[in-house]
Design a protein around this ligand. Structure first.
Ligand SMILES: Cc1cc2nc3c(=O)[nH]c(=O)nc-3n(C[C@H](O)[C@H](O)[C@H](O)COP(=O)(O)OP(=O)(O)OC[C@H]3O[C@@H](n4cnc5c(N)ncnc54)[C@H](O)[C@@H]3O)c2cc1C
Length: 465
């Protein structure tokens, strides 16, 4: 790996002169902010950060990385939990300045550049009463989120984000700028729909839009944590009856000191069911009713609200700099063993910021053929995500240990697969398990074609053969 010293001032100057965007290196005033990513657990020091202005910059940066033998990290919204969007030494190809969004109202599509985050995307599309499946936290990047699948509030009605990916502009490892669509390079489009950042740097995403809101029935209902088993048993039956419009997840958490929760509950265990109904708000309120009828909630925040408000409701709980780790899987079924294990580990969580999420799947996700996209296990009833997190500077290891012990105990209720966007840095076998043997082989063939030297390896990596 090259370092700045080895690169030399003249080499860097030449690279910088060819860049329309900004080059940031150690010693620059902007370096510390520019090198930081969402997950505070990763404190890497890249040799250079190329803040790209356009696809030509991305091509220029890729050429530079190849000629200098630099490690390459690619950054959209910087929310990679395993920290793949930064590196020690090497180059960060940072697309965050690329903020262009074009909404085509009549075609019901939006084209977003690689640095757009969901907050920006939703603001642009909701002006027209349109939306596509975006992240549950609005600061997440469209790029990494869509390439890894994309679980959000509209998923049961409109599919995963990657199901809505109509076309993409991609800069490949050899510097070509390609379109991936059903008409051009359809194999590449298939790989981008869930295959992560393995095949090139995506400079723009064309996504399908759907009429949503602007007002939706949405929100969470919180119950005391000691009712977790009762709420989870209710939840597994309730979801069997819900229409596709209603997307929900169950969240086992410790009450944050948030103004929407009664003060006497701050710091205590809670179990929440949160959802969003992407249809008529009145119908939505009816669909939510059984969740609210469980009785004696700690707080019931379900009501009509702007879709963009629901999209950002949890933002404040997940600020940049949080130290975090995820351990995730797909449920085979939410059986009694799983519910008992969830309730027990909820109670003994080592950090008040750690949470257990159970995302209901089905609906539009399950109607897409398994082999239509690279993404995961579409027939799974639920996705499990265990988030070990702390806002303290130390202690993450203890919380990771909690998450791993929980996973080990709940494993018999899981399929053995994993959802790419919630995967930590867990090695090739876990990536293989995430895709399954057939898809992994197909992805590997694609990797051989588009990135045979594995230039893009800081990701859930599919190594070339
Ligand atoms: C607070 C928080 C909330 C989250 N909520 C959800 C959620 O609701 N649903 C869900 O599905 N996931 C969620 N995630 C996981 C998230 O989807 C992934 O971490 C995703 O990779 C983030 O994308 P990004 O662009 O922000 O991240 P980045 O860190 O910028 O990118 C992550 C990886 O994606 C690849 N990549 C990024 N941009 C490009 C590009 N332009 N071209 C090629 N490859 C690229 C690279 O391999 C990169 O390392 C959440 C994560 C966090 C931290």
């Amino acid at each position: 790996m090259a370092t700045q010293g080895v690169l030399g001032a003249a080499t860097l100057k030449e690279f910088e002169d060819g860049l329309h965007g900004e080059l940031i290196r150690p010693g620059d005033g902007a370096y510390d902010e520019a090198r930081s990513i969402w997950n505070g657990a990763h404190d890497a020091r890249p040799t250079v950060i190329a803040r790209c202005a356009d696809a030509a910059d991305v091509r220029h940066a890729i050429g530079f990385a190849r000629s200098e033998g630099l490690d390459v990290a690619v950054r959209g919204g910087s929310h990679s939990i395993p920290g793949f969007s930064t590196c020690d030494e090497g180059i960060v190809i940072d697309l965050s300045p690329m903020k262009g969004i074009k909404v085509d109202v009549s075609a019901r599509t939006a084209t977003a550049e690689g640095g757009v985050i969901w907050e920006e995307f939703d603001a642009a599309t909701q002006e027209h009463g349109l939306a596509t499946t975006g992240g549950l936290v609005s600061t997440t990047g469209v790029a990494g989120f869509t390439l890894g699948g994309g679980i959000g509030w509209l998923k049961r009605k409109h599919g995963l984000a990657c199901d809505n990916l109509r076309s993409a502009e991609v800069v490949t490892a050899d510097g070509q700028i390609l379109t991936a669509s059903r008409a051009e390079n359809p194999d590449l489009l298939w790989g981008l729909r869930g295959g992560g950042g393995n095949f090139g740097v995506v400079t723009s995403f064309e996504l399908d839009l759907h009429p949503v809101g602007p007002t939706v029935a949405a929100g969470p209902v919180f119950y005391p944590g000691d009712r977790a088993k009762e709420v989870m048993r209710f939840y597994r039956e309730f979801v069997k009856t819900v229409p596709d419009e209603l997307t929900t997840f169950a969240n086992l958490l410790t009450a944050p000191p948030a103004p929407f929760l009664p003060e006497e509950w701050h710091g205590k265990k809670l179990v929440a069911v949160a959802g969003c109904y992407s249809g008529d708000p009145e119908d939505g309120m009816k669909a939510f009713q059984p969740i609210r009828d469980l009785g004696d909630p700690v707080a019931d925040l379900v009501g009509p609200m702007p879709y963009v408000q629901m999209q950002s409701l949890f933002d404040a709980l997940w600020p940049k700099g949080t130290n975090a780790y995820m351990k995730a899987g797909y449920f085979r079924e939410l059986d009694d063993h799983a519910i008992e294990t969830i309730a027990r580990f909820h109670q003994n969580a080592t950090s008040p910021s750690s949470e257990i999420h159970i995302h209901h799947f089905g609906g539009a996700i399950a109607r897409v053929d398994e082999d239509e996209t690279a993404c995961g296990e579409r027939q799974a009833p639920f996705v499990l995500n265990t988030i070990a997190a702390t806002h303290e500077p130390t202690g993450l290891e203890t919380h990771i240990d909690w998450a791993q012990r929980f996973y080990a105990e709940i494993e018999p209720s899981l399929t053995g697969g994993a959802y790419i966007n919630f995967l930590s840095s867990e090695g090739e076998d876990r990536v293989k398990a995430a895709y399954g043997t057939e898809k992994f082989a197909r992805l590997r063939a694609l990797k051989d074609r588009y990135d045979p030297t594995n230039l893009f390896h800081l990701n859930q990596n599919i190594p070339p053969s």
